[in-house]
Design a protein around this ligand. Structure first.
Ligand code: ZN
Ligand code: ZN
Length: 334
């Protein structure tokens, strides 16, 4: 069963909110029941990792962040079915669910009352090795490189779930043109939608990037494209964007909040919500979402734009994300 090539591994650890990650050498963990030990090839850097490091969302410190993990199984624990050593897999944010609560029973495992989240309540992929519950790992298409596949595992998946929540639409607005939006824009354009990209004021690079990817319009989030949107998805963690986006959607239109954390939403006139407009959040993902997204035809044809960083440069990758210095997705390579 064991197929260990090394005794030691290392990880970038966050000891508590506001603290920079530090490098820690560890012995390679042992698989528990139903777990696989995975050698990490690449791990995407998600905005949620910033929320973990900043203490904006619940996490169990010390914690190894990272939930867009691509790696190869090197050991399987007892009770693992369907995975064996040598298989390349993806490990997402949803690390485990209870399987018993009303949400799990109803096929809404993304809302589980007692979940485990990779890189927040169980150690994630800012490491050379990671343990995962085999039932929550995804197969990956061979056509994707490790670096390309990593951002699909959260930015791609959450974008997909938000996209489906946006419902029937021809004109889709995306607020915040980062990792998730650059993937989803391509999916939506391939689907025949008109995509409107809203960026920070003056972010010409992001607007240019959006147009290159086939968006119909790109501008600042304070501008109006001069046409009513059917739906808008907000990926930026800025609550003031909610009433702004609401003003751009038609009657019956939807505003979907794609982030796990957002600053407060300011008060706005009821008239802006009137007309059966709605505001919804997207929470986590289900395994069914993941399989649907990763096995769909579009998954192989999306162009993933990445900036690669060495794993030991995780702090620099996080500050570049925080400062908006990235185009596309940051990926750590151990
Ligand atoms: Zn549950
Ligand atoms: Zn994420």
């Amino acid at each position: 069963m064991a197929n260990r090539h090394e005794d030691h591994c290392w990880a970038m650890v966050c000891d508590g909110p506001g603290l920079p990650l530090r490098r820690e050498s560890r012995s390679i963990p042992r698989t528990g029941l139903g777990e696989v030990l995975v050698k990490v090839h690449a791990c995407g850097v998600c905005r949620t990792d910033l929320h973990v490091v900043d203490g904006d969302i619940p996490a169990s410190y010390p914690i190894v962040p990272g939930h867009e993990i691509v790696g190869t199984v090197i050991e399987t624990g007892d009770g693992v079915e369907g995975l064996s050593a040598g298989v390349r897999i993806g490990i997402p944010w949803l690390g485990q669910t209870c399987g018993k609560c009303r949400y799990c029973q109803a096929g809404q495992e993304n809302l589980c009352d007692a979940p485990q989240f990779t890189g927040a309540t169980r150690d994630g992929g800012y490491a050379t090795h990671v343990l995962a519950d085999a039932r929550f790992c995804f197969p990956l298409a061979d056509s994707l490189t490790d670096t390309e596949a990593a951002p699909l595992l959260c930015a791609g998946l959450i974008g997909w779930r938000a996209y489906r929540m946006a419902g029937v639409c021809d004109r889709l607005g995306l607020y915040g043109f980062g990792a998730a939006a650059h993937i989803l824009a391509q999916v939506a354009v391939a689907d025949g939608k008109q995509v409107f990209a809203f960026t920070r004021e003056g972010d010409d690079d992001a607007q240019h990037f959006a147009m290159e990817l086939g968006c119909t319009w790109a501008g600042s989030s304070l501008e109006s494209p001069g046409i009513e949107l059917d739906a808008a998805i907000i990926f930026a963690p800025a609550g003031p964007l909610v009433p702004i986006a609401l003003k751009q959607v038609r009657k019956g239109g939807r505003v979907i909040c794609g982030g796990i954390h957002m600053s407060d939403i300011p008060a706005f006139p009821y008239a802006d919500l009137w007309g059966e407009r709605s505001i919804k959040s997207v929470a986590n993902l289900t395994r069914a979402d993941g399989l649907e997204f990763l096995t769909a035809d579009h998954a192989a044809s999306i162009q993933i734009h990445t900036s690669q960083y060495a794993l030991e440069d995780a702090n620099r990758a996080l500050s570049d994300l925080r400062a908006g210095r990235l185009q596309g997705a940051a990926v750590l390579i151990p």
